[in-house]
Design a binder for this molecule. Sequence first.
Ligand code: DC
Length: 230
Amino acid sequence: MKNIIIAIDGYSSCGKSTLARQLAKELNYHYVDTGAMYRAVTLYLIQNQIDIHHPEMVANVLNQISIAFDFDEATQTQITLLNGENIENQIRINPRVASAVSDVSALSEVRRFLVKQQQELGKNKGIVMDGRDIGTVVFPTAELKLFITAEASIRANRRLEELKEKGQNTTYEEVLANLAKRDHIDTTRADSPLVKASDAIEIDNSNLSKDEQLDQVLKLVKGLQMNGNG
Ligand code: DC
C-alpha cells in the first residue's frame, strides 16, 4: 500500500497528538508534533532572553536553533531535542512557554523557518503531522486532512488532568483561560491562522473515546488506500 500524508489540525488540547500518535503506531508511520517545534523555539527565546516583540531580533537567532526528535522505546514517547538537549518536559510544563508560544508562532519569520523543516520531514510521505496549518499551508495536497474539535470545557478538563499528572499545580479556570487566549491568537493571526481546510474532514471528539476516534479515522485511511488515492 502506498504511503500517504495525514494532516491533523485543530484547536489546542483537542487530542490531536493522541490521535496522531495512535495512527502513526497503527500504520507504522512517522509522527511529527509541530506544536513541539514552536514550543522549542519559544523555549530557546526565553532561555536566551530574546524579546519576542522584536521580530528582527528573533529572526537573527533562528539559525542557532536546531530541533530534532528522538523516540523513547521504553515509554513509547517522542522526545523533542533542542540543540541536542532533551527539552520534552520543559516545553510541556513551563508556564512561560505556554503563555508565549502563541505569540511566537504568530511571527512569519518563525513560521517560514519551521514550515520548511516540516515539509522536508514529510517529503517521503508515510507521515502523520499535527498542528494548526498542516492541511492549509504545510501540506495543502495531503491525501487525508482532519480537523479535530471538542467542547471547550472538555478540552480544559483534559489539559488539567495532563498537567496534574505532570505535577503542575493549576486550576480549571487558569487552564480554560489559557486555552481561550491561545485559540484567539491562533485563529486571528495574520500569517496562516488556524482554519479548517475546505477539503478537511471535521471530527468532534467531545463524546468519542480515543479508540472510537481511532477506528473512525482508520476506516478513512483504509478507504483511501483501497481506492488507490494513496
Ligand atoms: O499544539 P500545541 O499546543 O503544542 O501548539 C503550541 C502553539 O503553537 C499553539 O499556540 C499554536 C502554535 N502552532 C502553530 O501555530 N502551528 C502549528 N503547526 C503548530 C502549533
